[in-house]
Design a protein around this ligand. Sequence first.
Ligand code: NAD
Length: 463
Amino acid sequence: MKIAVIGTGYVGLVQGAAFADVNHSVTCVDKVKEKIIHLNEFCEGKRNDLPILEPDLPRLVKENYDKKRLSFTTDINEAVKGAKVIFIAVGTPSNEDGSANLTHVKNVALDIAKAMNYESETPIYKIIVNKSTVPPNTYKVVHDIIASETRNGFDVVSNPEFLAEGRAVKDCLRPSRIIVGTSNAKAASKMEELYAPFKDREVSIMFMSNIDAEMVKYASNTYLAAQVSLTNAMANLSRELGADWRKVLEGVKKDVRVGRFVYAGLGFGGSCFPKDVRELIHTMSMYRGNTLDLEYLKKIIEMNEAQKSVFLPRMEKYYGSLEGKKIAVWGTTFKPETNDVRESAGLHMIKELLLRGASVAAYEPSGSEHSLFALSLDENLKPHMERLAFAHDMYGALKEAEGVVIAVEWNDFRNPDFEKMKKLMKAPVVFDGKDIINTRHMEDYGFDYFSVGRPDLLCFSKN
Ligand code: NAD
């Protein structure tokens, strides 16, 4: 089936390649010319990297490009021509008030409608699929924009995406669920044909109304975000009581009703949880006013923001002041196996440390480019940036450091060379924002060790 995917970000590129892999003919479109040039150069062997980092994505893209099932263009007319299904997979960032910004979605809807008019004298009925995460009822907005521009036949289907960055290829090739929101039988049957190769004994296509499908996505992310906040509240308390959250968890997790997001950390980040919970808060405020439900959702965000700073008062107490201290930060993405730094705890730590007068030596396994760009957008940081340097390797960041903050659970950080760390650092002090270090090593090598959910260990400063 010929399909078009508009937007070649974490969702559009991976899902487009996955559809190509099951023999659909996919044209991916992006308005950013440099991105399309980058993708084409990668496919032609002129460069090694893709614009986004995802395990196995280079192979998937290259193989399907070579088989002529996947192509990239900035020309939406070319992509829409002959396509039966058109996916909208553009960003929906937060507005100032927390609501989702639908500018990109609306622009694409209009572009699609114009391209439909341009197609031919005998137009093909189209299914416009909203894969972007959009507030409940957006399907009507998209429908109205397209209907106001073209008289050609189409339906709007709501098909939220559940891939997780860092495992996006796996998630797209073997989805946990396929949600199709439509009340139109013809559209439902086309979607069934499109997704048939992804169905198996465990994964079926779940049909529901558009608004149900839109709501599934927000409810899912809000459940997961709430679980992270609750976990961190339990972990913070455990530590203060002198309990070890990792041990507590062993008992709690025996209850199968408790989910997977139960590891203590510096809060959630990324492009989805924060913005999607904020959007649901905004939607709820329009329907329910200032009720307890609304307060509950707001607290998820507030607790998460506070969690990103959970080490700062503890560091200030430990060092007296952070002014003039050199601190290393390991990891600036919002999770491992991605190069996405949006709303990450590592960038938050860098910012707060710089504002407190510390020097920061950071290291990020996926490269420093995205982090430096994100930090450069913050006007408040401009006078402090000269105290920030990115190292080329994780140990390089430790030279003369008086502490290291582990902000992401990249595998390299789980079991580092402690002997080497101790030699390089001015003071062997670890702030483990992901509770990943085996505390036995901290004792053996004589580190001071601070984590989110486990009691402090003062093996260095006590001697
Ligand atoms: P992204 O920012 O990585 O990519 C969006 C792409 O759309 C960009 O390349 C941008 O240039 C392009 N674009 C914007 N306007 C365009 C236009 N008018 N024409 C053509 N291209 C245009 O975003 P993403 O992370 O892929 O997310 C896309 C949507 O999917 C969002 O609504 C997001 O909430 C949702 N989602 C994301 C994830 C995730 O893990 N990233 C998971 C599930 C759902």
